[in-house]
Write a protein that binds this ligand. Structure first.
Ligand SMILES: CCCCCCCCCC(=O)SCCNC(=O)CCNC(=O)[C@H](O)C(C)(C)COP(=O)(O)OP(=O)(O)OC[C@H]1O[C@@H](n2cnc3c(N)ncnc32)[C@H](O)[C@@H]1OP(=O)(O)O
Ligand SMILES: Nc1ncnc2c1ncn2[C@@H]1O[C@H](COP(=O)(O)OP(=O)(O)OP(=O)(O)O)[C@@H](O)[C@H]1O
Ligand SMILES: O=C(O)CCC(=O)C(=O)O
Ligand SMILES: [Fe+2]
Ligand SMILES: [Mg+2]
Length: 293
């Protein structure tokens, strides 16, 4: 697949859904006279009413735009995702729709099937083993807290962050996921991101700017990084170095749910290991696949 085809595929996959059809949040009063003094904004804008989240968790997401649930995905399931990833790396599994990405630092080197060559797999909806991630009841249970029922998976990916070559190209610039998608409404979309092993600042953990989900979509462009930037990895331009950042240290199976406007990225992998995470799971549809709860 050449670059243009890959880029076109990304656009098609992200662009085929319709425009907003539903409103998020708790309903405003719709009838009767409402005096300015009796009007209250909805208490919850970013989470739905059900009994899965505690009030504290709900308030945390409303305020910060992300929520970490510890130990959500079992070791056995993660082992299955890992085994399948390895089969894909060995070239034993090939799927038409799946897109494989290499880090820019090795993009021009000879292709030898191995985990060294694959930094990201996108669109694994046709892979039964990997797509199991999107159907795990424990994941769906939480996704529904943000999206409501009638859930659909979008833009699935498995990231295998490579050891950095020294040029810091393994960083993922700070961005908002909404830059990459054309469907809305924002408050009914969530990302689930599950650590497939211990992830901290050494191997390039997720870094978030809490509360930024309350802002709007910012202009994105390539960052001005000396060591190079991966194709199509855009970042926000007005990044304030002093804004408080939170580094999410996660154990295997821990899962973070975050809002598509939350500014986030990931640091460089200073270790020699390949840092793995499986993610994506948004409430929406990919190629007609609908997940029932
Ligand atoms: C509910 C849903 C919400 C969804 C939210 C989405 C959030 C998304 C968050 C993100 O992940 S942000 C990042 C999004 N961007 C991507 O995921 C990039 C995806 N990758 C690709 O599209 C392809 O891997 C890419 C176009 C970069 C290359 O694919 P190809 O199969 O064409 O690669 P190939 O090996 O044939 O190389 C073609 C050319 O590209 C170059 N290349 C390959 N990988 C590269 C790379 N990583 N960086 C720079 N150049 C690269 C390669 O050297 C070569 O250059 P030349 O034409 O000069 O020979
Ligand atoms: N100079 C920079 N400009 C813009 N974004 C940056 C810059 N440095 C890091 N980032 C981004 O900020 C986020 C957090 O980076 P973080 O500081 O954790 O890692 P790092 O700079 O890669 O490594 P280190 O732990 O050595 O600081 C990541 O998304 C990273 O891509
Ligand atoms: O894990 C990373 O490196 C960043 C992933 C990311 O930006 C995302 O999942 O939206
Ligand atoms: Fe992202
Ligand atoms: Mg830094």
């Amino acid at each position: 697949m050449n670059q243009c085809q890959a880029a076109a595929r990304l656009r098609v996959a992200l662009g085929h859904l319709g425009q907003p059809s539903a409103r998020a949040g708790v309903a405003y009063p719709t009838s009767g006279a409402v005096s300015p003094n009796s009007f209250h904004p909805p208490q919850f804008q970013y989470t739905r009413d059900n009994d899965v989240l505690s009030l504290e968790q709900r308030n945390f997401y409303e305020e910060n735009g992300f929520l970490v649930i510890k130990n959500l995905v079992s070791d056995a399931d993660i082992q299955r995702f890992r085994d399948q990833f390895e089969r894909i790396c060995r070239g034993e599994v090939k799927l038409e729709q799946m897109m494989i990405m290499r880090d820019v630092s090795i993009a021009k080197s000879e292709y030898i099937p191995s985990e060294r060559m694959i930094s990201k797999i996108q669109y694994f909806e046709d892979d039964k083993e990997l797509f199991r991630y999107c159907t795990l009841p424990e994941i769906l249970k939480y996704v529904e807290c943000f999206t409501g029922p009638n859930i659909m998976a979008m833009h699935t990916m498995l990231i295998n962050k490579p050891p950095d070559s020294g040029k810091k190209t393994s960083r993922h610039p700070l961005h908002q996921d909404e830059h990459y998608i054309s469907f809305r409404p924002s408050n009914k979309i969530v990302c689930a991101w599950t650590a497939m092993e211990h992830i901290d600042r050494n191997n390039g953990c997720l870094c978030v700017l809490p509360g930024t989900h309350k802002g709007s979509l910012k202009p994105h462009d390539y960052p001005n990084w000396e060591g190079g930037v991966n194709l199509m990895f855009y970042g926000i331009q007005d990044y304030d170095e002093n804004s408080p950042r939170v580094h999410l240290v996660m154990e295997k199976g821990d899962t973070v749910f975050f809002h598509p406007l939350l500014i986030h990225g990931s640091g460089w992998n200073k270790t020699q290991g390949y840092r793995k995470e499986v993610s994506r799971y948004r409430a929406r549809l990919v190629k007609g696949q609908r997940i029932s709860l």
